[in-house]
Write a protein that binds this ligand. Structure first.
Ligand code: SF4
Length: 349
């Protein structure tokens, strides 16, 4: 047990500038912050006494004053297709879920940005939890560190999607700090094109994301290109007009190699009428975006069924005729309740 005294400062999640400010009174050499940054995020060693390129006395001082505390895996649930959902205990309290989704070519980690979510989308189990708080940068990158360790995935050989619990652009500054650590050459060293931020579509947040020097891919959960249908499923649509959203998406994509994506979780008899396919094609063209149709994962707690295959095919034909790239994302991890929109602790396989 740690002796009574000042509570150690949690270093985990700090960037080099902040580390330098904390380390300066102990050792003014600027490169110390770079060394600590690399231990935390590239080597992912969180015990200061093991940071062997630092002087022994400094290591002891750091171990006494600081406690790098990443999230800790509390439970794991594996689905038969290899997808694994992890429940992570957060150092500041509370839990989130993150999912490792293996594929032939590459592993994908789906991570959370908030504890719970306050956006209330009708098709999402996380909505049932309500919003508790934003995650800090360490709680975000720590999910990646935990999943790397748990799955034995080699550095750089994975994708990250911010499609877990929460709305990342409502927590935009912490998400941006996490992105800087994830893409930093002395951090996780991941290419920005390997990271996708998925949002309900907050134009201000989309524009803020676009201002960063290192920009990830963007996916917008559109669900329907019809204002009334979208409002009935996503409360955020009451305050953000479709045209305003499409224009923010277009601005984001201008001059970039990767087209943004509009995502539609396809719900039988709700957002899959033929006229909605035509509206979707028109909006995607305005937004300069491609479209991803997402297979809905039925769950007893939600009153929706997945759209039949023939309707997905009809949507793809309409999109293609309008010159819009359309794809279907098949659901993964259903039997571990790890699939999209199913992260809510409420369900156990
Ligand atoms: S879909 Fe995303 S934004 Fe909507 S309630 Fe679920 S977690 Fe929140």
């Amino acid at each position: 047990m740690r002796a009574a005294g000042p509570v150690p400062v949690n270093l985990y999640g700090l960037e080099e500038e902040a580390l330098a400010a904390l380390l300066a009174p102990l050792d003014p050499a600027r490169f110390r912050a770079r060394q600590v940054f690399a231990w935390l995020y590239a080597r992912r060693v969180t015990d200061p006494s093991a940071w062997t390129d630092l002087p022994k006395a400094l290591r002891a001082e750091l171990a006494a004053r600081f406690a790098p505390l990443p999230p800790r895996v509390a439970a794991r649930h594996a689905a038969s297709d290899g997808t694994v959902k992890f429940v992570l205990e957060l150092p500041k309290g509370g839990q989130v879920e993150a999912v490792a989704i293996p594929a032939e070519e590459r592993m994908t980690f789906c991570i959370s940005s908030q504890v719970g979510c306050g956006f209330g989308c009708a098709f999402c189990m996380t909505a049932k939890l309500g919003f508790t708080r934003n995650l800090d940068p360490g709680e975000i990158v720590g999910q990646v560190a935990a999943l790397l360790a748990e799955t034995g995935t080699p550095a750089g050989e994975y994708n990250i999607v911010f499609m877990g619990m929460g709305e990342p652009l409502q927590n935009v500054e912490n998400v941006l700090a996490a992105l800087r650590i994830l893409t930093h050459e002395r951090g996780f060293g991941l290419g920005p094109r390997r990271i996708t931020v998925s949002t309900v579509g907050l134009p201000k947040g989309i524009r803020r994301l676009a201002q960063e020097p290192v920009v990830p891919r963007l996916a917008v959960s559109l669900v329907a290109a019809d204002a009334e249908v979208r409002r009935s499923l996503m409360p955020v649509a009451r305050t953000v007009a479709l045209e305003e959203l499409a224009d923010a998406v277009r601005e984001f994509g201008e001059g970039r190699r990767d087209e943004p994506t509009l995502e539609c979780v396809m719900l039988d008899g709700v957002n899959d009428a033929p006229e909605l396919a035509h509206k979707l094609a028109k909006l995607a063209r305005r937004a300069g975006a491609k479209v991803n149709l997402i297979e809905f994962n039925p769950t007893p707690a939600l009153p929706f069924r997945p759209s039949p295959e023939a309707r997905l095919e009809f949507f793809l034909r309409v999109l293609s005729a309008a010159g819009v790239v359309g794809t279907v994302r098949r659901s993964r991890g259903k039997d571990a309740f790890a699939a999209c929109g199913q992260l809510a602790f409420l369900q156990k396989p």
